[in-house]
Ligand binder design. Structure first.
Ligand SMILES: Nc1ncnc2c1ncn2[C@@H]1O[C@H](COP(=O)(O)OP(=O)(O)OP(=O)(O)O)[C@@H](O)[C@H]1O
Length: 213
């Protein structure tokens, strides 16, 4: 189980992005998170994935903080895969640096050997995103955070990617948090939905009523 306990985060000392948030993601669960632009959803996603350190609180998987050593069981995939890859390396080298990958997994995402000989700039947005997804699905991955993962893609690429991801999520019983503005997509794929504003409010209300959160 992925547990977020009382986490607070701010970029600047004078403004909290969120304060004392609690959240739980279980294996096999797909939670959709939506909300107004600029409210802090991506920041929340990055804190969960260990890319940003919370100012307060802790993030654990099965009770253990996870972002210290080894491969992180919580992986994040964003809107811009090109930002996650060294532009001077061929895809094969990027894969090798991530610890190598299961051929069958690459095949499921349509990544063939020819694509691996190319540089990131020689791949389409869809190919690059499929490559990044395959990379996040190492055997150690237990939870996947998708932050507007297919927002930039066309309908066909989007449908193909979601089909493959949902198949793997189901097979491996991964827990998934899907951050998206696309409510129809969230309604179709998620086991439950959460409004980020409600999440912030709920915590504030609990605090106002004297709960120790
Ligand atoms: N590196 C940063 N330094 C300072 N402020 C930042 C940084 N990144 C984001 N912010 C600010 O934090 C707030 C929350 O941003 P965030 O990207 O988390 O929101 P969001 O809900 O994901 O927005 P969107 O739906 O538009 O992607 C915004 O006011 C943003 O300007």
């Amino acid at each position: 189980m992925l547990e977020i306990n009382n986490i607070s985060f701010r970029y600047n000392p004078d403004k909290w992005i969120f304060n004392q948030i609690n959240f739980v993601l279980k294996p096999g669960e797909i939670i959709g998170l939506y909300g107004e632009s600029g409210t802090g959803k991506s920041t929340f996603a990055k804190v969960i994935a260990g890319h940003l350190k919370p100012d307060k609180g802790k993030v654990t998987v099965n009770g253990v903080p996870y972002n210290q050593k080894g491969r992180n069981p919580v992986q994040i995939i964003g809107q811009h895969p090109e930002k996650a890859i060294n532009p001077r390396w061929k895809m094969k080298q990027v894969l090798a640096e991530s610890g190598g990958f299961d051929e069958a997994l690459l095949e499921m995402f349509g990544i063939n050997q020819e694509l691996l000989q190319r540089y990131p700039s020689q791949l389409s947005g869809g190919e690059l995103q499929r490559f990044c997804l395959a990379r996040t699905m190492a055997p150690e991955t237990k939870f996947l955070i998708a932050d507007e993962m297919t927002t930039m893609l066309d309908t066909i690429n989007k449908a193909q990617i979601w089909k493959t991801v949902l198949q793997i999520v189901k097979q491996r019983q991964l827990g998934m948090l899907v951050v998206s503005h696309e409510l129809p997509l969230l309604n179709r794929i998620c086991t439950s939905l959460l409004s980020f504003e409600d999440m912030l409010k709920t915590n504030q209300e609990k605090k106002n009523h004297g709960f120790n959160i």
